[in-house]
Design a protein around this ligand. Structure first.
Ligand code: SAH
Ligand code: SF4
Length: 377
């Protein structure tokens, strides 16, 4: 018999309420299940320890609880940890933990592979294999939290050996999330939006909306929908300052050229005072001229947006070069001099290929990759 189709972790509190009613249980059970899954991070039915065994068994008959397996964890000299996670159908994805003073950030994936075909990005070489479900998006966070606690990186109660069942998220380790791993998050909005709801929910992880950033290559209709339906921060990967140049780097620009993208940015609703960020990967001799600097400053001021500069991490075979550090610093100073807030994104975990744009799962070559499409229609 095939496992039930409904994934318990993907259900909203209201949906859990309906399920519990169908099972003839008391309404308060829905909240208990929700807290068990999202606040305490239970990853199996048995870890829903505050439910009677009979109810756990009934639930297991009606729903499944997909758990990602940690396939590999690589620790960088700078403390960054790159996790390779395996789905129930043997797909692989990556998430990167970046500890910093005062905050711990997890960079998460939204898809296995990516359809967008950016010519400088390693994930693009995988093509799109499939979307992650809402439950899988969330379980990256829950699986990594569990592992970090087992490593003794958690709050007061940690230091135990082996994973603790249902580590309460109240002394959780992760404070910030960035959707900058594999995939184009806005190409998977139907699964992303409910995942964001769970992450922000008071009964769940209760993260602050200021501490979650979603990054997009520039899908205009989806940016508009995200603006209406999400409250978290948005970053746009700009990477080019003219249509011809940006289209060479990011095929999405052929469909949504700069004028359309920037119009969407200008009308992006600033709920909670969220200001847009432009990410700009500096590629030597490609997008780092004085002309680019002038145009980038003009674009950023016109939105207005701040700029995060990322020194390109070279991927062998793709034909682009990292800029010298001094060039990135000069770009930042040039932007500031032109009245734009500009920052340089620190490069983390380069020694384990965990840095921006280096995520792609090795060993997939033998599998027949199914590239579904070049661009979302
Ligand atoms: N797909 C989304 C989010 C994932 S990529 C997006 O493109 O925005 C996260 C960031 O890494 C993007 O800004 C992208 O431009 C950048 N990036 C991709 N490859 C890179 C590389 N090799 N070196 C540095 N940054 C890279
Ligand atoms: Fe996809 Fe982002 Fe890589 Fe482009 S840069 S291929 S959108 S992951």
């Amino acid at each position: 018999m095939s496992p039930p189709a409904v994934d318990l972790r993907g259900l909203s509190l209201a949906e859990l309420g309906r399920l519990v009613a169908e099972l003839g249980e008391q309404p308060f059970r829905a909240q208990q299940i929700y807290r068990g899954l999202h606040r305490r991070g239970a990853r199996t039915f048995d870890e829903l320890t505050d439910l009677p065994r009979a109810l756990r068994e009934k639930l297991a008959g009606r729903a499944r609880l997909a758990a990602l397996a940690i396939d590999l964890a690589q620790v960088s000299a700078d403390g960054t940890i790159k996790y390779r996670l395996r789905t129930h159908d043997d797909r692989f994805l990556e998430a990167v933990f970046m500890p910093e003073k005062g905050r711990n950030t997890l960079c998460v994936s939204s898809q296995v592979g990516c359809a967008m075909g950016c010519t400088f990005c390693r994930t693009a070489t995988m093509g799109l294999i499939r979307n992650l479900t809402t439950s899988e998006i969330l379980d990256q966070i829950y699986a990594v939290e569990r592992d970090l606690a087992a490593r003794g990186l958690g709050g007061a109660e940690t230091g135990s050996s082996g994973p603790r069942a249902g580590v309460p998220h109240t002394d959780r380790i992760l404070s910030n999330l960035v959707f900058m791993g594999m995939g184009e998050p806005l190409h998977n909005l139907d699964n992303l939006l409910p995942a964001l709801e769970h992450l922000l929910a008071e009964e769940g992880l209760n993260l602050s909306h200021r501490h979650i950033t979603v990054s997009t290559s520039g899908l205009v209709p989806e940016i508009e929908r995200f603006g209406r339906e999400a409250t978290v921060k948005l970053a746009i990967s700009l990477n080019g300052t003219t249509d011809a140049q940006r289209a060479r780097l990011m095929p999405v620009n052929r469909k949504y050229p700069l004028a359309r993208l920037l119009a969407a940015c200008r009308s992006f609703p600033s709920k909670i005072g969220r200001r847009l960020t432009f990410e700009y990967v500096v590629l030597e001799g490609e997008n780092d001229s004085e002309g680019d600097l002038d145009r980038l400053a003009r674009i950023a001021k016109s939105v207005p947006a701040k700029v995060n500069l990322i020194a390109y991490n070279e991927n062998p075979g793709l034909g682009f070069r990292s800029p010298p550090e001094a060039r990135v610093q000069a770009f930042r100073a040039g932007l500031e001099a032109r009245g734009v807030d500009a920052f340089i994104r620190k490069n983390r975990g380069r020694d384990i290929a965990a840095a921006c744009g280096q995520l792609a799962v090795e060993g997939m070559g033998k599998r027949k990759l199914r590239v579904l499409e070049v661009l979302p229609s």
